[in-house]
Write a protein that binds this ligand. Structure first.
Ligand code: ZN
Length: 213
């Protein structure tokens, strides 16, 4: 046995579950690191470091359903890098707002995966997280099989800035964080609510985006 085995802690890959040894990255094994589905295409509507493909897909599911904070820690540097390279501007400061869950869903799960992500990203960037500025006004039905137009209609008015928080949003630049960008219906409805409350700028940053290629 290599003597390093005695004192180096063993980590588990947050994508495939394999044990990692002697790794520089305590969250991902080298195989998963090398297979990350890096997004190559730039879009004008949103930012995402990854395509929604393995092994990132598994990580997002683990984050969403298992409250796996280690996944958020593993993904946060990629989101932070996108912010630093593509979104940050010298004359603008941003606040981070996670896409909120419906209250009933939050009660079911006990956590919000977007908030977990937002907190980790905020730690890298030393930006404030505000999860009190945007609320979901109603629970929306599962959108999996809806087309883009129906999804957008379904999400319309699903979010709002509470009246007593409007002053905290007015004039602010917001970095809106979510796990997956599919058609943009959810983040679009959030952006509308923030802009309606007077946000100066709203930039959408998700871990992964569904693409047709
Ligand atoms: Zn792995």
């Amino acid at each position: 046995m290599n003597p390093v085995d005695w004192w180096l802690p063993n980590y588990t890959c947050q994508a495939c579950g394999k044990e990692i040894q002697y790794s520089d990255n305590q969250y991902l094994c080298s195989q998963c690191m090398n297979n990350l589905p890096i997004m190559q295409e730039a879009t004008t509507t949103h930012y995402a470091p990854f395509r929604y493909a393995e092994p990132v897909r598994s990580m997002i599911l683990s984050l969403k359903y298992n409250d796996n904070g280690l996944v958020a820690k593993a993904l946060a540097p990629y989101l932070a890098a996108i912010y630093l390279h593509c979104i940050k501007q010298a004359d603008k400061t941003f606040i981070i707002v996670p896409v909120p869950l419906a209250k009933s869903r939050f009660r079911e799960r006990g956590f919000n995966q977007s908030l977990l992500l937002a907190r980790e990203v905020a730690e890298y960037l030393t930006l404030p997280v505000r999860d009190d500025l945007l609320v979901r006004t109603r629970k929306t039905v599962i959108q999996k099989h809806m087309d883009a137009a129906t999804r957008a209609q379904n999400m319309q008015g699903a979010f709002t800035v509470p009246l007593e928080k409007v002053a905290n949003v007015r004039g602010q630049n917001v970095l809106l964080i979510d796990d997956v960008y599919t058609t943009g219906a959810t983040t679009g409805a959030c952006k509308d609510a923030l802009r309606a409350a007077g946000a100066a700028d709203v930039q959408i940053l998700t871990v992964a985006a569904v693409t047709d290629f």
